[in-house]
Each structure stands twice: as structure tokens, then as C-alpha cells.
Design a protein around this ligand. Structure first.
Ligand code: SF4
Length: 344
């Protein structure tokens, strides 16, 4: 184990088999110690980043119907909605008043929304309100292009021209086709998820990647996921960071299990070691809570993602103001810095 960990610390790439061996057999504290060394080699100094954005869920209508999702509604549901431009403007102004300078546009796959809605929203946010926008998961992008009879490349040109700065690596969950069939058979297969993000990154729309675990995935599928992400990054270098999440209870249609703290920290640390081509690792305070998040900053992570201004999907275990974020990072023994959307 020590030889493998030393190999990674010195900048040599771990193979999938080696990573699987570490995941299954290494003590989590040793993996964490090695990841912390690698974090300081890749990001020297004591700085930990944070950012401030508001998530705007512009529609809850979604035809993908992931088994774990309690947010989506059929188009005819009395609870179905599409936010108007005025509603999005209002939410953005509220977020700006609390210090946010970014909006994360996230919604369902809704074929009734015209392309002009997306461009109008993007222009309003960037030109009128002056915020940066990250938005649209790979499945949203692929379906929006299909609904409008244009290619993905054409869609990305249109959205970028309207003001989009970044695309999240959302909807990855576990990049294993067995798991994806169980989670959401109408979502993109693993390779198409990767190819879509390579197209985004080549257009100058970088973003983040993540893993969501804590179901019936196997250790082999976790490593398969990390390998998909690493290969995608080798192809276009658009992932600025990687986040480790756990499934949160939303429905009873999908099996989730309790993830122990040491299990979370071990995967966080292994991600730092394996993803030698992604500059930053983020802890997920929202899903795992503040105590574990603080420990994560000593296990390879160097960023706490965003303070929470609105989150419709998950119970809030995060920080809600810039002052709280800075105090949290200082209390963990680091120097806070407010980073830009794309770490540039
Ligand atoms: S694609 Fe997103 S909004 Fe649609 S069902 Fe899946 S998680 Fe929910």
C-alpha cells in the first residue's frame, strides 16, 4: 500500500487496478495522508477556496424521471412550473443582495421550452444583471439540441454567445451503465455523458465533475467512474474541480445506504490521488455536513464549493453567508479566498 501511495504522491498515475486495491484494502487514514500531500503539491500554500452562487431551478418539468428524484413533475401536473424571466430576475437580485455573483441554472428536460427562453434568460442574467452563469447538465443540453433540430455544437455556440460561461458535470451520479440503467434509464449512457462534456470543454465552457455514491454501486464501478472522468479530462481539460457527493434520501424507488464518514473521506482522498489531471477537489458540505467537510480539507480537498443561497433539492447542511464561509475555513486552519466560477 505504501508503495502505491508513494507512487501517487510523487506524481505517477495510478492504474484502475491499483486504485481498486487502495479502495478495497488500504486504511483510510493512509489514503487521506497521501492525498493531503498531493493536494499541497498541486495547490501549494494554505488557501481554501469558496464561491457564492444561487441555484435557480428554472423548471421542474422533466421527462427523464430518475428513480431518486423527488423534484421532477410531469408537464400536466398542477405543481409543474417554468419560471418567468421576471421570477428569475427577482431570485438573482435577491442572491446578489446576499453577495452572490453567479447563477447556476438547473432544470428538468422540458420539451415545451423554446430555445429563445434559454437565450433570453442568459442575456438577462449576464448583460442586464452582470452575473456569471453556469448551467445545463449534459442530458439537458443533448435534449435541448434535439428538440430544436440543431447539433450539440450549434447549441453550445448559441448558449455561449448568449452568455453561458460554464457547464456543470451534473447528472453523472455513477458512470457505470449498469447503475445508470437502475438510476435513470432515460439519462445519457456513461460514454455519451463524457462526450458531451468534451464538446463543452472544447467550446470553452469548462466546469466541474462529481461522483454521487452510496447506493448499490460496487467498488469496481466507483473506479470505473473515476476512470471515465480522468479520460474525459485528458481529452479536453475542462474540469476545474471534482466533488464527492452521496445520494440523499428523496424517494423510496431507489436503494440508498448510509455512507460512513471514513468511507466518504477515503473516496474523497482517493479521488485526489487518482484524478491527477484535475486541479481542485471540493468537499460537499451540503450533503455531508460541516464536521466531515472540515475533515475533508485535511484529506485532499482544497475548496468548499459554494455558500448556499437556495437549494431546492437537498436538506441544507451548508453555510449561508460569506462571513460563515470565511470563518469555517479559518477555523479549519486554512486561509479563505473567494474564487471565480471557473477558478480563473
Ligand atoms: S434529469 Fe434531473 S430533474 Fe430530471 S428526473 Fe433526473 S434528477 Fe430529476
Amino acid at each position: 500500500m505504501n508503495t502505491l501511495l508513494q507512487k501517487a504522491i510523487e506524481g505517477n498515475r495510478l492504474s484502475p487496478a491499483e486504485a481498486l486495491n487502495l479502495l478495497k484494502n488500504a486504511p483510510w487514514t493512509q489514503v487521506a495522508e497521501a492525498a493531503n500531500s498531493m493536494r499541497h503539491r498541486m495547490n501549494p500554500g494554505n488557501k481554501v477556496g469558496y464561491t457564492a452562487f444561487r441555484i435557480v431551478n428554472y423548471t421542474n418539468v422533466c421527462e427523464v424521471t430518475c428513480s431518486f428524484c423527488s423534484f421532477c413533475r410531469p408537464a400536466k401536473s398542477p405543481e409543474a412550473y417554468v419560471l418567468s424571466l421576471d421570477e428569475i430576475r427577482q431570485k438573482t437580485l435577491e442572491a446578489k443582495a446576499k453577495g452572490a455573483d453567479q447563477i447556476f441554472l438547473q432544470g428538468g428536460v422540458n420539451k415545451d421550452i423554446p430555445l429563445s427562453y434559454y437565450t433570453d434568460v442568459l442575456k438577462m442574467l449576464t448583460q442586464e444583471l452582470g452575473v456569471k452563469v453556469r448551467g445545463f447538465s449534459p442530458v439537458e443540453l443533448v435534449r435541448i439540441a434535439e428538440f430544436n433540430g440543431i447539433t450539440l455544437d450549434q447549441l453550445l455556440d448559441v448558449l455561449k454567445e448568449a452568455g453561458l460561461s460554464s457547464v456543470p458535470g451534473a447528472g453523472a451520479e455513477i458512470l457505470s451503465d449498469r447503475m445508470r440503467q437502475m438510476l435513470s434509464p432515460k439519462k445519457l449512457p456513461a460514454q455519451q455523458w463524457c462526450d458531451t462534456l468534451v464538446a463543452c470543454h472544447k467550446k470553452g465552457l469548462p466546469g466541474s465533475a462529481n461522483i454521487v455514491f452510496g447506493s448499490v454501486e460496487t467498488p469496481e464501478e466507483i473506479i470505473e467512474h473515476l476512470e471515465y472522468v480522468r479520460k474525459t479530462q485528458d481529452a479536453a481539460h475542462g474540469f476545474k474541480s471534482f466533488v464527492v457527493w452521496t445520494f440523499q434520501p428523496q424517494t423510496d424507488k431507489f436503494p440508498i445506504r448510509h455512507v460512513r464518514g471514513d468511507e466518504y473521506l477515503k473516496l474523497l482522498a482517493l479521488s485526489r490521488l487518482y484524478l491527477d489531471n484535475i486541479p481542485h477537489i471540493e468537499v460537499s458540505l451540503l450533503g455531508m455536513g460541516l464536521s466531515l467537510g472540515e475533515l475533508g480539507l485535511h484529506c485532499g480537498a482544497d475548496d468548499i464549493n459554494s455558500i448556499v443561497i437556495e437549494e431546492n433539492v437537498l436538506e441544507n447542511h451548508g453555510l449561508t453567508s460569506i462571513e460563515e464561509a470565511e470563518a469555517f475555513i479559518k477555523n479549519a486552519g486554512f486561509t479563505p479566498y473567494r474564487r471565480s466560477l471557473n477558478f480563473d
